[in-house]
Design a protein around this ligand. Structure first.
Ligand SMILES: CC(C)(COP(=O)(O)OP(=O)(O)OC[C@H]1O[C@@H](n2cnc3c(N)ncnc32)[C@H](O)[C@@H]1OP(=O)(O)O)[C@@H](O)C(=O)NCCC(=O)NCCS
Length: 222
C-alpha cells in the first residue's frame, strides 16, 4: 500500500526538538530536516535528519513543507511563527498520544502538547503555545499565543495566561489568576495573585524580582 506522508520541516534542532519528534504521530510525516541557526557544517545530520540551513531564506520552495517550530524561547518561537504566518505556510500541531485532552478543547496552530499532559474541559490553547511534559491545565483556562508551560507546571481553574508568558517547571498557579503577557514564573513558584506583564516572579508565595520596561531595561524589585 502506498501512503503519502506530509513533508515536515522542523525549525530548531535542540533538546526540545527531540521531544517533538518523539511525540509525532507514527507514519504521518516525513521529517525532511531542520532549520537551525547553529548549523554545524561538519555535522550536517541531527537525530538522523539533515540540517538544511540556518534560515528559512535558504529553502527554495517554502510551500512544499508543513512546519513545526521546536524552539522553547517564546520570543524566538514568535519570530518564526510570524514569518511562517506572513508567508501563509502550514503549521502543524503535535499532541503526544499519552496526553489526555478534553474533546472540547480549542487548539490553535503550531501547538505542542507533550507526554502525559492533562487539559481539562473548556480550555482554549492558542497558536504556538507549548504545554510541556506532565503539565496540567485545569477547566476554563485560556492559554494565549506563544505561551510556554514547562514540565510539571499546574495551572488551576479559570486562569488566563496571556501572550508570551513563561511558566517554570513545577510551578502552581492558583485558580482565577491572570498571568500577564511576557511575564515569567520561576520554577517551583506558587502564584497566589495576578502577575503583571513583563514581570518575573519567584518563590512561595510568588513575589516579583524584576520587571522589564518598554525600553528593554530591567527594574529590580524589593
Ligand atoms: C526565575 C528565573 C527565570 C530567574 O532567572 P534569572 O533571571 O537568571 O535570575 P537569577 O538566577 O539571577 O536569580 C535572581 C534571584 O532570584 C532567585 N531565584 C531564581 N530562580 C528562582 C526560583 N525558581 N525560585 C526561587 N528563587 C529563585 C535567585 O536565587 C536569586 O536570588 P538572590 O538575588 O537573592 O541571589 C529562573 O531562575 C527560573 O526559575 N527559570 C525557570 C526554569 C525552568 O523551569 N525551565 C523549564 C525547562 S522545561
Amino acid at each position: 500500500m502506498i501512503t503519502s506522508h506530509k513533508k515536515l520541516l522542523l525549525i530548531g534542532a535542540g533538546g526540545y526538538a527531540k521531544s517533538v519528534i518523539d511525540s509525532l504521530p507514527h507514519g504521518q510525516y516525513d521529517i525532511c530536516g531542520f532549520i537551525d541557526k547553529y548549523k554545524n557544517k561538519k555535522l550536517p545530520m541531527h537525530l538522523g535528519h539533515p540540517i538544511l540551513g540556518v534560515s528559512l531564506d535558504e529553502i527554495d520552495d517554502l510551500y512544499q513543507y508543513c512546519y513545526f517550530i521546536c524552539i522553547g524561547n517564546n520570543e524566538d518561537r514568535k519570530y518564526y511563527y510570524d514569518f511562517l504566518k506572513r508567508n501563509k505556510c502550514k503549521l502543524i500541531n503535535v499532541v503526544d498520544p499519552t496526553a489526555v485532552v478534553s474533546s472540547n478543547t480549542k487548539i490553535g496552530e503550531g501547538v505542542f502538547i507533550g507526554k502525559m499532559v492533562i487539559v481539562n474541559s473548556d480550555v482554549i490553547v492558542e497558536d504556538n503555545a507549548i504545554l510541556n511534559t506532565r503539565s496540567l491545565v485545569e477547566h476554563g483556562c485560556r492559554i494565549r499565543k506563544h505561551v510556554n508551560l514547562s514540565t510539571n507546571a499546574v495551572i488551576n481553574g479559570d486562569v488566563f495566561v496571556e501572550e508570551g508568558a513563561f511558566i517554570g517547571s513545577c510551578s502552581v498557579v492558583n485558580g482565577q489568576i491572570r498571568v500577564g503577557q511576557w511575564s515569567t514564573i520561576g520554577a517551583g513558584a506558587v502564584v497566589v495573585k495576578d502577575v503583571n506583564e513583563y514581570t518575573t516572579v519567584v518563590g512561595v508565595p510568588a513575589k516579583p524580582i524584576v520587571r522589564r520596561m518598554l525600553d528593554g531595561t530591567d527594574i529590580y524589585c524589593g
